[in-house]
Design a protein around this ligand. Structure first.
Ligand SMILES: Cc1cc2nc3c(=O)[nH]c(=O)nc-3n(C[C@H](O)[C@H](O)[C@H](O)COP(=O)(O)O)c2cc1C
Length: 176
């Protein structure tokens, strides 16, 4: 379990739900957690790194900045009590399940001994696909926690499984 996580390395991937990460950062900081954000390049198309830097009060790990790259790979992996990925795309779950270290965030997760939790967010069809289900099962086998997704209204306008857990619920799980 994510026991009294105070230092949270918060990964963000390229889901339409990434705008909700701002509320997660805000909630974590409000409750006394230290947060460092690591975005995939696709995540930065959905949420402004500057917003997350301001809310977390720290620079966001950036693949284009070698000093921050170093920080993400070497320091954050041992610094964090919890590595939380919210939202986590189907593609990111697949990369984690395969043990890929393509980017900063996958590399960090492969390097860390901290608790890892992922919060999937995607269309119901993507979540229910056998490949995604197998990937999620494999992540659980690795000892990672899979929080959600929830059933509810999706970005497509349909209702189904795949909705990101509410930010308050993610904050609660991260700090319990
Ligand atoms: C408008 C738009 C919304 C998307 N929303 C999601 C999503 O909610 N969940 C998901 O798994 N993929 C979604 N995708 C696809 C991902 O962005 C794509 O798989 C990307 O390669 C993920 O990159 P990352 O996991 O490295 O951030 C979306 C793509 C677009 C163009």
């Amino acid at each position: 379990m994510a026991k009294s996580a105070r230092r949270v390395a918060l990964g963000v991937t390229g889901s339409i739900a990434a705008f909700k990460t701002a509320a997660i950062v805000r909630g974590l900081v409000k409750r006394g957690a230290e947060v460092r954000c690591i975005l995939t390049p696709n995540a930065a198309r959905f949420v402004a790194p500057l917003s997350l830097a301001v809310l977390s009060r720290h620079a966001v790990a950036d693949v284009a900045d070698p000093s921050l790259w170093e920080m993400a790979h070497l320091s954050l992996a041992s610094w964090a009590d919890l590595v939380l990925v919210a939202p986590a795309t189907a593609d990111f779950l697949a990369r984690l399940a395969a043990g890929r270290a393509e980017g900063l965030l996958d590399g960090l997760i492969l390097s860390t001994r901290a608790t890892v939790a992922v919060c999937p967010a995607m269309d119901a069809e993507m979540w229910e696909h056998p490949a995604t289900q197998a990937n999620a099962a494999r992540l659980r086998d690795y000892g990672y926690q899979v929080w959600g997704p929830a059933r509810g209204e999706l970005a497509s306008g349909k209702v189904g499984m795949g909705r990101l857990l509410e930010p308050e619920e993610i904050v609660r799980l991260a700090l319990k």
